[in-house]
Design a protein around this ligand. Structure first.
Ligand code: KMH
Ligand code: ZN
Length: 292
């Protein structure tokens, strides 16, 4: 199959179902500014259970410390993975992006918590007034470690140039553990690609043919339009309070499962109902880490 044919197939034959990822917390919103943001372990587990019930099959986790501040503490990470794994069958993805202030070395240690999946951002991005640092050597190191530990990376693309960096990574080191390649376009970050249909479609067209599935999210007000374009273009969805704090104009999100429910309704309307957690495990070739 030529690259051109592969692209045509990807954009015109939507997957039968929809992988809905929930990103419930993130690292950039303060609890004081948003008391309903799930930051404690109990809140996180409650959110995970509710979101699974609403149609999510993958959770993208950032954790917070006792003061609700972003943390990469090894014990807290392990506790979160263990608790969500015990209480749900969601695919557990840990953020290796952390917060804009986390050092690269510390971000690598996230893999020690043995998640099913990890995020892997494919380049440095201006992030509002900050810089989200992802130099190529760091990407390569993280990718190699994920391969060795049999953790499935999700390639986070904040900009069109990140697609080229992904190409370079795969040319240098081959496919991820499990042989599948899943990417997520994170659009609408101030400094990254805009949350517009045109930008997302340009990204989709540029994807390497090795990509087996892709998802998209829009930050803030681009949340819903990007979800609609992704569904119509054969992609999967990421929603959650990491990306969007308003359900509608003047209506703050109270719980992450509200966003998941709306995404699931949209997916059903588009004849692409939410994938079960088992279907998502198969889609991504996730290693079985649950104990029965
Ligand atoms: N908090 C952002 C700077 C990821 O999770 O990998 C980075 C981020 C990406 O959220
Ligand atoms: Zn994140």
């Amino acid at each position: 199959m030529t690259h051109d044919v592969a692209r045509t197939v990807r954009t015109t034959v939507p997957a039968a179902g929809t992988l809905i990822t929930v990103a419930p917390t993130g690292a950039e919103t303060a609890k004081d500014d948003c008391p309903q943001l799930p930051t404690t372990l109990a809140e996180l587990v409650g959110t995970a259970v509710a979101c699974e019930g609403a149609g999510a099959s993958l959770i993208h986790l950032h954790i917070r410390d006792a003061d609700h501040r972003p943390s990469l503490d090894a014990v807290l990470l392990r506790d979160a993975v263990q608790a969500v794994r015990e209480q749900t069958s969601l695919v557990i993805q840990l953020s290796t992006g952390g917060s804009v202030h986390d050092p690269l070395e510390k971000r690598l240690t996230v893999l020690d918590a043995e998640p099913d999946s990890c995020s892997l951002t494919c380049g440095t991005t201006n992030f509002g007034d900050e810089v989200f640092l992802n130099p190529y050597p760091f990407m390569a190191q993280l990718y190699r470690q994920a391969q060795e530990r049999e953790i499935v990376p999700e390639f986070e693309l904040f900009d069109l140039g990140h697609v080229a960096a992904l190409r370079r990574l795969v040319d240098a080191y081959g496919l991820p553990f499990g042989g599948k390649m899943h990417v997520d376009f994170i659009t609408g970050v101030p400094g990254g690609m805009p949350g517009t249909p045109a930008a997302l479609l340009a990204g989709i067209q540029a994807l390497p043919p090795e990509v087996t599935s892709w998802a998209a999210t829009g930050i803030g007000r681009s949340h819903l339009p990007i979800a609609a374009v992704a569904l119509a273009s054969g992609g999967h969805l990421r929603v959650g309070m990491e990306d969007n704090l308003n359900f509608a104009k003047g209506q703050p999100v109270q719980r992450n499962d509200e966003l998941v429910s709306r995404a699931a309704d949209l997916a059903r309307l588009m004849q692409r109902p939410p994938l079960t957690t088992d279907q998502t495990r198969a889609l991504l070739s996730v290693k079985e880490r649950r104990t029965v």
